[in-house]
Ligand binder design. Structure first.
Ligand SMILES: *Cc1c(COP(=O)(O)O)cnc(C)c1O
Length: 349
């Protein structure tokens, strides 16, 4: 049964399966020395239209914490939103892998950092008793389903250049962000949201975009990735059969398949939102810009929906039920969900 709990409830898209099969034909060198990995890295450089350095890891927590650790000494600090995944959902991995860099929490606007919030944390103190701010981490798409537009990213870049900070992007749902912005401006490309916007390193999510597993770390200043391979190996993130992670990216990056699926997920969430808006008792919580819809529901209704077998999270962001659409969400699933929800609302009046 399809669910709205998370986009990582979904399976593997056919294009990725095809490449897993292609990569499975014979023997290949291990630890990333294979041809699939080389081809995937080349395709990343084409996709981002720059000479970036790419590493393949098992998940987003590793991508985030290892890339942040690259820039941070233990006495540094990393600035992110109070709602950021690196703060709330990574079990302290960014602090652990950086050997103690402190996360500084900024206020955010619907999950998005802004210049003033960063400035306040940086200017709070400038003495040795305060951990030195070193890097800003933005999540694109944010944890509450909003998307930084180019102006908002330019504001962040203004702060990082003014305060000499590095910029990390948690792109667990990066494709959903591009696709969302492309709905308004079709010429927007991956480069506009990353190195052109001052992003130094991107954690690019795969598992929520149709991969079986695996995330990529993309360094836009290759000299900064100098020793990253050691970091991955030491952290247990160097796959010996690397080709099965890397070849998958050929499946989704070719022909803009990643964007096709992200667009589908976004449009499903739009449809879900439109259907929910027709129910007067329901309060929507954040502007819907990508593939999630957040709604406020009475506890009894949440329990009744769970009773009917629906799974969704109620602990993300600032509460409310998060309904997440994925690359393969079907319109019929949305219709059944909405019908069940209407019934639960009547029964629990
Ligand atoms: C899913 C997600 C991640 C990655 O999580 P893993 O379970 O470690 O792969 C990172 N950031 C955000 C915002 C996410 O939603």
């Amino acid at each position: 049964m399809q669910q709205f709990a998370s986009d990582n409830y979904s399976g593997v898209c056919p294009e990725v399966m095809e490449y897993l099969n292609k990569a499975n034909q014979s023997h290949e060198p291990s630890y990333g020395e294979d041809k699939w990995t080389a081809e995937a890295c080349e395709l990343f450089r084409e996709t981002f239209e720059t000479n970036c350095d790419v590493f393949f890891v098992f998940n987003g927590t590793a991508a985030n914490s290892l890339s942040l650790a690259t820039y941070c000494q233990p006495y540094h600090s990393m600035i992110c939103s109070r709602l950021a995944h690196i703060e709330t959902d990574e079990c302290g991995a960014p602090e652990f892998f950086s050997h103690g860099s402190k996360i500084l929490l900024s206020e955010s606007d619907n999950g998005k950092l802004h210049y003033e919030g960063i400035k306040e944390l940086v200017n709070k103190r400038d003495d040795v008793h305060y951990p030195k701010p070193k890097i800003v981490s933005v999540t694109q798409t944010t944890e509450v389903g909003t998307v930084y537009n180019l102006q908002e990213l330019a504001e962040i870049q203004r702060a990082t250049s003014e305060f000499k900070l590095k910029l990390h992007m948690d792109g667990a749902r990066f494709a959903n962000a591009i696709s969302s912005l492309q709905d308004k401006n079709p010429s927007i490309a991956a480069k506009d949201l990353t190195h052109k916007a001052g992003v130094d390193v991107l954690s690019l999510g795969g598992s929520k975009n149709g991969l079986m597993l695996g995330d990529a770390v993309v360094f836009f200043n290759p000299e900064e990735a100098d020793e990253f391979a050691y970091r991955c190996k030491q952290a247990g993130q160097l796959a010996s059969k690397m080709r099965y992670i890397s070849a998958q990216w050929l499946g989704i990056l070719k022909n803009d398949t990643w964007l096709k699926y992200a667009r589908h997920a976004n449009h499903c969430a739009n449809y879900l939102e439109q259907e929910l808006k027709k129910i007067p008792e329901i309060l929507l919580l954040f502007p819907r810009e990508a593939n999630s819809v957040f709604v406020e529901l009475p506890q009894t209704v949440i329990a009744a929906m769970h009773q009917k077998g629906w799974k969704f999270y109620t602990f993300i962001g600032e509460g409310g039920a998060r309904l997440m659409c994925s690359w393969d969400t079907q319109k019929e699933t949305i219709d059944i969900f909405v019908k069940d929800l209407k019934a639960c609302l009547i029964e629990n009046k």
